[in-house]
Design a binder for this molecule. Sequence first.
Ligand SMILES: Cc1cc2nc3c(=O)[nH]c(=O)nc-3n(C[C@H](O)[C@H](O)[C@H](O)COP(=O)(O)OP(=O)(O)OC[C@H]3O[C@@H](n4cnc5c(N)ncnc54)[C@H](O)[C@@H]3O)c2cc1C
Ligand code: HEM
Ligand code: HEM
Length: 373
Amino acid sequence: MDTQALKGSWRQVAQSGDQVPLFFYSALFLMHPETRSLFPVSMAAQRDRLVNALGHVVSNVDRVNELVPFLQQLGRDHRKFSVVAQHYPAVGQALLATLEHFLGDLWTPALARDWTAAYGLVAQVMTEAAEESSATSPPWWEGEIILHEVRVPGIAVIRARLNYQYPFRPGQSASVSTALRPKLWRYYSIANAPRRDNTIDLHVRVVDGGTVSTALVHAAQRGDILKISAPVGDRLTLGSGPARELLLIAGGTGLAPLKSLVEQVAYEGPPRAVRLFVGARTSRELYDTEALAKLEADNPWLSVVPVVSRDAFYRGEHGYAVDVALKAWRDQDVYVCGSEEMVQGSVSRLLDAGVPPEHIRFDEFTTAGGREP
Ligand SMILES: Cc1cc2nc3c(=O)[nH]c(=O)nc-3n(C[C@H](O)[C@H](O)[C@H](O)COP(=O)(O)OP(=O)(O)OC[C@H]3O[C@@H](n4cnc5c(N)ncnc54)[C@H](O)[C@@H]3O)c2cc1C
Ligand code: HEM
Ligand code: HEM
């Protein structure tokens, strides 16, 4: 297989920008109308991830061995879109039609053979992983909202009770979809350690113009059913090594996965000192103060420090959470979660201050679903 030719031809096609997903979906839905219902009603070409990933992933097939775990996860993840093995040939066919259209004379039988083989390989890894996971878990869980609290303007805490046992590790996230915005899935971090009653808490902040976050905060209510996919992510999970002390730095709803870690230490141990710094722009955005105060009162090893960056009248700590946290850094493991900007800023401050990179764990609330392995 000539992988240089695959990469080169994809680079060529990608130059046509938004025309590529437009053509791809027209071809797919024309040749295989049964696939239309898998996709959201309104599809913005500039946000398309499937087509970008298709060309990109398939043309990097020479690295398929390193990427098997990533593709397996992607395959399992596609179960939530109701994708089944029979859909793969349809997408492969539309991909080839797209390549042929944009490459014109450059589209040769040899190139067609290589793309077909590369797509087949990627599809095989994805479908096998999906098939395997279907033996042990549903494509998604149904979670009935049993509590919906808009705690401060624009931030809600939502508790859902899942219909089957839902094993997850503190620090993980779940992809969530609401019937108010059908077929759109967004990741939200689970804000608690596993509970016997099979409930999970989500902390959702409205993003300006955000489709799903706005629906979850302003329209969802008790009794609604959310779709919740299998938990993902290991960036913020606690390691299994020695129980090192923790310094946790949250920005906004980045508190969610870090609170889950605090609960894990409280309920499962092993015991250790934990310092949690909760960053917000103004004190009005501190949405979980009461619950955190209770956790702190119940657990002598825990200290919780709210830090506010833009509120002259606030009586507590001022500035960025990372700067206040750094004053308390005594060789703990540091966990950071929040917006992309907050996380990148915090991590570079930590590194500048001499925190060893191997003691820093972080995750960002990006819009991206599929991530680089
Ligand atoms: C692993 C992971 C965990 C996450 N956990 C949480 C969580 O616990 N709580 C939470 O509130 N959010 C969390 N997010 C973010 C969440 O998945 C959505 O991206 C967010 O709710 C916006 O979705 P939307 O449909 O409302 O916005 P969209 O309709 O997708 O986007 C609307 C506009 O807002 C921009 N935008 C989208 N997301 C953000 C963002 N996070 N910050 C700034 N601008 C944005 C988009 O670029 C677009 O211009 C997490 C994201 C990831 C990847
Ligand atoms: C099998 C899976 C994947 C492989 C083998 C892979 C490989 C690579 C490689 C080698 C690069 C470096 C630049 C290049 O040579 O093109 C890269 C960059 C990048 N990848 Fe991936 N990737 C994979 C999946 C994905 C997915 C699923 C996405 C997004 C949904 C993605 C988005 C990106 C982006 C945005 C860049 C940087 C911009 C660019 O150079 O194109 N990748 N990837
Ligand atoms: C090699 C094969 C494939 C690759 C590499 C791939 C890759 C991706 C990626 C990276 C995403 C974005 C995920 C996210 O945002 O969470 C995605 C979304 C999606 N994929 Fe695939 N996919 C493949 C095959 C298929 C097939 C066969 C179907 C079925 C027709 C399909 C249907 C979808 C749907 C419905 C979405 C959601 C789209 C949206 O929300 O706009 N994919 N795919």
